[in-house]
Design a protein around this ligand. Structure first.
Ligand code: NDP
Ligand code: MG
Length: 390
């Protein structure tokens, strides 16, 4: 039986690499993958190419106008075209798929994540915002439905790999996430004020979508990942460390009770964690290149600069306060990153706006997804309001 995949965000950085992985697995015949569904927001052109190449049963486009355009262009194909937020949820819960890879960017991935879990799909999760905003609901729903969440984010995949075959949870002392430090590692505060989107979009080691690339530059990404790790591995944030590792070769580590540290290493190539999430527990030949340690010579580690990059601590504090505070911090960040990309605010305004929105959010628990969506909406409108007066 092939693995039948619903791929949300197929036109993005993770999505296109996931298709490369799937197509290579099919070519080698080691692990057949059938692409059952593809979903995106509005990139009709690329989605059409993918659909013609891979013949999925269905596609979903978030933008209804894009869905109409897609139907026009593909009248010769026998394919179901879903649309809007509901269409994305239907794609996530598609009957003809058994695994859903959620690789859309942003909080908009939360409802599809919940839909996949309720339909008892195995969930390969790249969309970290889902766990940051709605962690308690997602983890509880996964538990109730007996659903496995397989991490795609490289740090979390690394930790997941380090934990394979390890003794019971009590033996784990600490998780240690590595961070590249982004393009502005070591920069003075004054220089950071003047950073442009063009500069921030140049990541030293990874080629990713725009939003996560900005998150790496502010280190918000690492803050989001601390929260993501807390939910995935049931770990309080005070037992999750962060070290800057410029080379992005050690993808993260686990420290055990006896102080042994197990690290997962590999070339900085997302195709490796994507493939592991699809083929788990199997390890198969991968398109990712082999590691040549002597060629690298040395690996370096530094303390993160929490003062110059305040987003890391803002996220940790948000998680410590708990309830809907991380959802507010995440929503504020999404809105602030958008404004920064549109050159409406400066680089250092991003942490300011995230802090302001998190501070205004009471730490009440989310009883349902709508509570998370409401906290997200409030945080975004607070950011827009404050940005107007900057
Ligand atoms: P991209 O911006 O490259 O791609 C985003 C994808 O999501 C596109 O397919 C886009 O469709 C789709 N999308 C966006 N909004 C919607 C929507 N409202 N409805 C349906 N689809 C939507 O992002 P990345 O691939 O870089 O990141 C995806 C997720 O993975 C993020 O959560 C990110 O944090 C995480 N991640 C990414 C890594 C990476 O290396 N890129 C590494 C680790 C985690 P369209 O093209 O039509 O806009
Ligand atoms: Mg990561």
């Amino acid at each position: 039986m092939p693995l039948r995949l619903s791929l949300l965000g197929s036109t993005g950085s993770i999505g296109t690499q996931a298709l490369e992985v799937a197509e290579q697995l099919n070519r080698t015949g080691t692990f057949p993958v059938e692409i059952a569904v593809l979903a995106a927001r509005s990139n009709v052109q690329l989605l059409e190419q993918q659909a013609r190449r891979l013949s999925p049963q269905a596609v979903a486009l978030f933008e209804p106008a894009a869905a109409r355009d897609f139907r026009q262009r593909t009248r010769d194909l026998d394919i179901t075209v879903l649309e809007g937020p509901e269409g994305l949820c239907e794609a996530a819960a598609w009957e003809g798929a058994d695994t859903t890879l959620n690789a859309v960017v942003g909080m908009v991935g939360l409802r599809p994540t919940m839909a996949a879990i309720k339909a008892k799909k195995t969930l390969a999760l790249a969309n970290k915002e889902t766990l940051v905003a709605g962690g308690s609901l997602v983890i509880e729903a996964a538990r109730q439905n007996g659903v496995k969440i397989l991490p795609v984010d490289s740090e979390h995949s690394a930790i997941f790999q380090c934990l394979q075959g390890s003794p019971e949870e009590r033996a784990v002392k600490r998780l240690i996430l590595t961070a590249s430090g982004g393009p502005f590692f070591g920069w003075e505060k004054e220089r950071l004020q003047a950073v442009t989107p063009e500069q921030a979009l140049c990541h030293p080691n990874w080629d990713m979508g725009a939003k996560i690339t900005i998150d790496c530059a502010t280190m918000m990404n690492k803050g989001l990942e601390v929260i993501e790790a807390a939910w995935l591995f049931h770990m309080p944030v005070e037992r999750i460390g962060v070290v800057v590792h410029r080379e992005s070769i050690v993808h993260s580590m686990v420290e055990f009770a006896d102080n042994a540290v197990i690290a997962q290493m590999g070339a900085p190539d997302m195709r490796l964690p994507i493939q592991y999430a699809l083929t788990y527990p199997q390890r198969l030949e991968s398109p990712s290149g082999a590691l040549d340690l002597p060629a690298l010579g040395k690996l370096t580690f530094f303390e993160p600069d929490r003062e110059r990059f305040p987003c890391l601590n803002l996220c940790i504090k948000a998680m410590e306060r708990g309830g809907l505070v991380p959802a507010a911090a995440n929503g504020a960040n999404e809105a602030a990153v958008q404004l920064f990309l549109e050159k409406k605010i400066g680089f250092m305004d991003i942490p300011r706006l995230v802090q302001a929105a998190a501070d205004s959010q009471p730490a009440v628990q989310a009883a349902k997804v709508e509570d998370v969506l409401e906290a997200d909406r409030m945080a975004r409108s607070r950011v827009l309001e404050l940005a107007g007066s900057l």
